[in-house]
Design a protein around this ligand. Structure first.
Ligand SMILES: Nc1ncnc2c1ncn2[C@@H]1O[C@H](COP(=O)(O)OP(=O)(O)O)[C@@H](O)[C@H]1O
Ligand SMILES: [Mg+2]
Length: 258
């Protein structure tokens, strides 16, 4: 049995007057300690998939097992970095981060706090309130809060998308090395991104969803995780994945046009 076992998962959002199918027939297994990247065109259900794993969305069909049981954020010690960050506006960054850790019963690790804040280039914003931060700083504060929770399952929804290229590269390095660290290498990660270079840096496996509702389109295994050099093989994989996503979007457009 894998750490995450998803079998024939379908999700349909039900509104007052209409229903919108978001995912259809997804089957996917993710091993303990694996970093699985989920990518694909906007609207193909990537965030929806993370919400099911995070136990935020319980109304789904099919079977989802995490470590043998249905998603349970507390039991599975889940940390989710959402696209909207979810920081409390009346608490400072440091208080937000400390609260995240205390809710999970994690003792305060000041060395880890300082290391994380400086790797994310936000060492000087601990005393500030979320309202005083730029979008990118808010996003990094949310990443720091998730890291400090020492989660077993880390779910990240486009965590680096609002960051400039340099900070984004530093942040992904920090998270990658944290995941490979001896103490955390059994942490299972699912990360959504549109950035294929980032996907190939972070993921053991890259899953492409496509369509509306989203289906599993292709899966790639990746041996370039953590690899910085720009080899022709790595570039080839990146263009192959990029072409696959484009192809999936073209196919969808064709199907709706016919
Ligand atoms: N709360 C919601 N209510 C109704 N429809 C939703 C809701 N959230 C997402 N959707 C729809 O479900 C589909 C998948 O959305 P989402 O998972 O956010 O896609 P992605 O993250 O890949 O862009 C989209 O068509 C979106 O409009
Ligand atoms: Mg999304």
């Amino acid at each position: 049995m894998s750490f995450i076992d998803i079998h024939d998962l379908s999700v349909t959002y039900k509104g007052k007057n209409r229903t919108s199918p978001a995912l259809a027939g997804i089957s996917l297994s993710i091993e303990r300690g694996e970093t699985c990247i989920v990518t694909g065109p906007s609207g193909c259900g990537k965030s929806t998939l993370l919400k099911v794993l995070a136990d935020i969305l319980q109304d789904y069909r099919g079977e989802v097992l995490i470590d043998g049981t249905a998603p349970d954020a507390h039991r599975h010690n889940t940390a989710l970095i959402q696209q909207s960050y979810g920081l409390l506006p009346w608490k400072t960054v440091k208080q937000n981060i400390a609260l995240g850790a205390s809710i999970k019963d994690i003792g305060w690790d000041n060395a880890l706090y300082e290391r994380t804040m400086s790797a994310l280039a936000i060492a000087d914003i601990g005393h500030k309130y979320p309202g005083e931060l730029s979008g990118g700083q808010r996003q990094r504060a949310a990443i720091a809060r998730a890291v400090m929770q020492k989660p077993c399952m880390l779910l990240m929804d486009e965590p680096f998308s609002a960051l400039d290229a340099m900070t984004s590269a530093n942040s992904r390095k920090l998270i990658y090395h944290m995941l490979k660290d001896r103490q955390t290498n059994d942490m299972t990660t699912v990360m959504v991104t549109h950035n294929i270079d980032e996907a190939v840096y972070m993921g053991n496996r890259i899953v492409v969803l496509a369509g509306s509702p989203g289906r599993l389109f292709r899966t790639f295994s990746n041996s370039f995780a953590g690899c910085d050099d720009d080899s022709p093989e790595r570039r080839e994989l990146i263009s192959h994945i990029t072409a696959t996503i484009k192809h999936s979007a073209d196919e969808e457009t064709l199907q709706t046009a016919l």
